[in-house]
Write a protein that binds this ligand. Structure first.
Ligand SMILES: *Cc1c(COP(=O)(O)O)cnc(C)c1O
Length: 200
């Protein structure tokens, strides 16, 4: 990450690592925690509870998987950041909570029908709607389509963030984090490159 930041003429301190612990055995996660990593990403609410409840102190936990609005209360009570805000019903459910995590809007930059996220053409209106509800949006998240060069998707996400005045860009995974950093990622979500292949 530091090397990618330097080659993009960026301060290595401007990109943070979210360690994606989903589907990992505790034996893989424990050493990373012991080395001082404090930011972890999970894609399911229930799995995150069972892995982190009781050892949550001092950590930043980020939800990076789809969230059903009927689980908004649980997710808001537990996570520090929700990266997958992508529809009005969910925004309303979050806006009604007492504790509201930091929020990123997920953008479906490839407009893939099976993938979550707001489509690029609708995202400016969606961000405005969230702001009207009193939600503070910190940034954007995306997962580019598999098998396509990721660069144009990262560039698109960065443009949408810039025109909406959003500072945070969660983009880049094990296979494309260097590219994401070159295009301005402020956090990268790394699973397999850090922990090895997932068990589930
Ligand atoms: C699983 C997952 C990752 C991590 O993927 P790797 O390729 O293992 O680094 C990152 N972001 C999201 C949203 C994920 O679901």
């Amino acid at each position: 990450m530091a090397k990618a930041a330097r080659s993009a003429c960026r301060d290595p301190g401007s990109v943070s690592l979210t360690a994606v612990s989903k589907n990992q055995d505790w034996s893989a996660v424990a050493p990373v925690l012991a080395e001082g990593q404090r930011v972890f990403g999970e894609n399911r609410v229930q799995e995150a509870f069972s892995r982190w409840q009781g050892r949550r102190e001092g950590l930043e936990l980020r939800l990076i998987g789809p969230l059903q609005s009927n689980k908004a209360a649980e997710a808001c009570a537990f996570f520090d950041v929700i990266e997958t805000l992508d529809r009005e019903k969910l925004a309303r459910a979050i806006a009604g909570q007492r504790r509201i995590p930091r929020l990123l809007v997920q953008v479906n930059t490839g407009e893939e029908p099976q993938k979550a996220g707001v489509s690029p053409g609708d995202v400016d209106d969606f961000i405005a709607l969230c702001r009207d509800m009193g939600l503070k949006i910190e940034g954007l998240m995306s997962i580019p389509p598999v098998g396509e060069p990721a660069g144009p998707h990262f560039a698109l996400l960065a443009r949408i963030a810039a025109r909406n005045g959003l500072p945070e860009l969660s983009m880049g995974m094990s296979n494309d984090f260097e590219t994401a950093i070159a295009f301005g990622a402020t956090s990268v979500r790394i699973g397999s490159a850090l922990f090895g292949a997932r068990s589930g």
